[in-house]
Unconditional design. Structure first.
Length: 69
C-alpha cells in the first residue's frame, strides 16, 4: 500500500538536505523557508512560488473576461 506524502521519511543525513535546491533560482534548502517538490522532480522555493503567483495574478487581472458558452 502506498504511503501518503505527509508520511514521507525524513532525509537520513544533512548532506542530502544540503543538495536540495530550487529549480528556478538555485537557492539551497538552508536559505529558503520551504521547497515544494513536483512530480517530475523539480522543486520550487517559497520566494519563486510567490513570484509566480504574482505573475499569474497580474495576467489574470489584465485579460478581459471571455465567455466560453
Amino acid at each position: 500500500m502506498p504511503h501518503p506524502a505527509s508520511a514521507a521519511a525524513p532525509l537520513p543525513d544533512s548532506a542530502e538536505w544540503n543538495r536540495l535546491r530550487c529549480s528556478f533560482c538555485g537557492r539551497d534548502a538552508n536559505h529558503v523557508r520551504f521547497l515544494s517538490a513536483g512530480v517530475a522532480g523539480g522543486k520550487i522555493c517559497d520566494a519563486c512560488c510567490f513570484k509566480a503567483f504574482v505573475i499569474f495574478a497580474r495576467a489574470w487581472l489584465r485579460r478581459p473576461f471571455v465567455s466560453r458558452t
